[in-house]
Design a protein around this ligand. Sequence first.
Ligand code: UTP
Length: 269
Amino acid sequence: MMKCLFPVAGYGTRFLPATKAQPKEMLPILTKPLIQYGVEEALEAGMKNIAFVTGRGKRAIEDHFDITYELEDQISGTSKEGQLDSIRGLIDQCTFSYTRQNHMRGLGDAILTGETLIGNQTFGVILADDLCVGKPDGVMAQMVRVYEKYRCSVVAVEEVPHDEVDRYGIVSGAEMDARHVRVERMVEKPAPQDAPSDLAVIGRYILTPDIFDILRDTAPGRNGEVQLTDALQTQAKNGKVVAYRFTGQRFDCGSVEGFVAATNYFFNR
Ligand code: UTP
């Protein structure tokens, strides 16, 4: 059974001051924090061992995935009790482990920091600020099926407007069928004129464990950060990355605009 890694060490500067003293992953869409949507998606994909790469000021995440005795005692037997059902279900079914990234050296470094929790096995990665509503099932569950077929790293992708490619890792390669691309090139946040396509990687990955050794050998790239994209490019050179056009919808809740769109979507459905 695959484990799922959640890198949650980032500062969330785009949501200041809300994220000054609380993790951005705890911001709620309606009554549920972003991170809980992510863990629910992992569980739906059969990933019960949840690993977090946290950082300073992220302790609320650990408390969220634990029992709160006084509170639960207080609302026990009242109409409010049911509101804790979803989180209690996760706590009962999953295990949670944590390690800290001491310096914010980028997503690649955060994933390498998680090696101690993952070990030598293929694993899922969810960036909780990309909130996905997969159809017919969760995006990570769809990706597990892709992995089972191709047995290499898998990245979830979607077409984005051409003038937004500089916000994403962009991939290009050989179209295998309508949903799968054998990745040949990956570029992190290219200028629109340099982008090899409009196919953007979103915050869902399945990574084979050789990624750890590659990350160790990857020099810091853009912004002095170790880029996961650069490590994936090394795998892609050997034909070992498949980009998967998922079915469903994704909200970029790392931006205020996407956060509002997600809130409206969940409120109206
Ligand atoms: P982002 O690029 O969204 O950065 O990171 P951020 O710091 O979270 O948010 P802004 O841009 O300042 O508003 C993408 C993902 O990688 C994690 C983040 O927690 C987020 O899930 N990350 C990033 C780390 O865990 N460590 C890092 O050093 C960098």
